[in-house]
Design a protein around this ligand. Structure first.
Ligand SMILES: [Fe+2]
Ligand SMILES: [Fe+2]
Length: 484
């Protein structure tokens, strides 16, 4: 059975209106693409324009006017959501993303629409740059009128849509701000500990709570920031990254806000013992000597000491000390510091250990002087899962980080759509899995040919690359059809 999506709006099934709606969306996409490559007089316009007029006639049957609307992820004809099959998916995605990009909520069509109107409309839309938040659709309508088009006009993005867009931008900004605040607070804490000054714990708690709020809302923006490793003072960024990664794992585990804050603070302080490691050693561009290693390996114990000096940690002190002490003790109880009594590191420590390994491996400045690519780091860690790393927690982590897990629906740069079928055994090419093609570049369904995305063409470049992953639930795709 294909999956269906519930919606408060009607969904038109297979009647003639539904067919015209799908042709309309499809041909608008073709028209827009044609006007990007051809002059207005080109014969390439004949087909899409004729098809569009046909679709418009079908939709004008019940009224002399209708609107093609974009709401959220869906397209509507008036208030009826247009149902679409896999064949229509590319057009559907492109038309809705163009409307969002141009900040236009609807296109209204009034009978009669001429072939000329349609062509001019396509050129106007392609070159339209929304002027700002104030009624971009009015600006577009002025352009249409200037060009003598009165049968088509644009309507505003619905308010909820507008708020959602603004909100997303605000949330991203907020994430960025919080990230850099966290880095600066960390710098402050480490410096105050180094100079034996009192630590401003309130600031630390506030900034970690800010991160928790973002993670509970939209974790992706912060995770993206942890991937930027090119900072001058890597030590502070490392602490913040490890804290974000740990809290993201915690969030997937369903920890509540309090626990997440506790975990975040413990993770932020995991390397606090490094304030006692001479900066020449920490920033050394070459490998450590045996003596230097001995110094570096003391940072867990020094961390416990440093945390014990921070006043006001209260109930956070115990977990922070445990993490500082245990984050280099592995799941199989090897690692350091070596203790007489062997016991499994605490739950938080095991989470931080994974986050710490990943961030250290993917950055140039901590231990490993040559950074691994994220997927390479992940695959190396996979080998350590169950040995150095808690296998269950690692599985959760790999899922957070994982590039394109099997079954992911992906759009390719060739405009083909495919399903990830088999991951690439080469850990450096995790983003180049094998994919079953399910539509060709025109959106037509094809009979499941498998292609390897690591295949290169004659010029040496990759033949196909993934542009983005799509949510298969949104489309009527039956995975079993391709995988069984
Ligand atoms: Fe460490
Ligand atoms: Fe670390």
């Amino acid at each position: 059975m294909a999956e269906t999506v519930t919606s408060p709006f009607k969904t038109e099934g297979s009647g003639p209106i539904a067919k015209s709606s799908r042709i309309l969306i499809n041909q608008i996409q073709v028209l827009l693409r044609t006007s990007q490559i051809h002059d207005i007089g080109n014969v390439a316009f004949d087909r899409p324009v004729t098809n569009l007029i046909g679709a418009l006639d079908g939709l004008f049957k019940t009224d002399t006017e209708f609107a093609l609307r974009c709401r959220g992820e869906y397209l509507y004809i008036d208030d009826t959501r247009v149902r679409y099959d896999i064949e229509d998916m590319v057009s559907y995605e492109l038309v809705s993303s163009i409307m969002k990009e141009k900040k236009i909520g609807s296109f209204n069509f009034q009978k009669p629409v001429s072939q000329d109107d349609l062509k001019k409309f396509a050129f106007a839309l392609n070159s339209f740059v929304p002027p700002g938040p104030n009624q971009p659709e009015e600006e577009f309508n002025n352009i249409l009128k200037e060009r003598g088009i009165y049968s088509i006009w644009a309507g505003p993005l619905e308010e909820a849509e507008q708020i959602k867009l603004d909100d997303l931008a605000d949330r991203r900004k907020m994430a960025k701000k919080t990230y850099f605040q966290a880095v600066s607070v960390t710098r402050g804490v480490m410096n105050s500990i180094k100079s034996e000054q009192p630590t401003h714990l309130k600031k630390v708690k506030r900034v970690i709570q800010g991160i928790v709020d973002i993670i509970l809302g939209e974790e992706a923006s912060l995770l993206g920031l942890t991937a930027i490793k090119d900072f001058d003072e890597y030590t502070y960024n490392h602490c913040v990254n490890v804290s974000i990664l740990a809290m993201t794992i915690g969030q997937k585990l369903g920890l509540d806000k309090n626990m997440l804050t506790k975990l975040g603070i413990a993770a932020l302080f995991h390397d606090i013992g490094k304030v006692d490691v001479p900066i020449e050693i920490l920033n050394k561009p070459a490998s450590f000597t045996e003596d230097e290693w001995t110094v570096v390996r003391k940072h867990p114990e020094m961390g416990v000491k440093a945390i014990s000096k921070i006043r006001g940690l209260n109930e956070l002190a115990a977990s922070s000390m445990a993490v500082a002490f245990e984050h280099h003790i592995f799941y199989d109880l090897t690692g350091y510091p070596v203790t007489r009594e062997k016991k499994m590191p605490n739950f938080f420590s095991r989470i931080v250990s994974i986050s710490d390994q990943y961030d250290s491996m993917t950055s140039a400045r901590v231990y490993a002087r040559i950074p691994y690519s994220p997927d390479k780091a992940l695959s190396l860690m996979m080998e350590r899962s169950g040995v150095q790393l808690d296998p269950l927690l690692f599985k959760i982590f790999a899922n957070i980080i994982g590039v394109y897990p099997i079954g992911t629906l992906v759009m390719l740069d060739t405009r083909e759509l495919g399903l990830v079928f088999e991951s690439n055994p080469n850990p450096e090419k995790l983003d180049r899995p094998k994919v079953i093609l399910i539509t060709d570049s025109s959106g037509k369904r094809v009979a499941g040919k498998t292609v390897d995305l690591s295949e290169t063409g004659q010029a040496g470049g990759y033949r196909r690359s993934i542009i983005k992953a799509l949510d298969p639930k949104k489309y009527r795709i039956n995975l079993a059809e391709y995988f069984l």
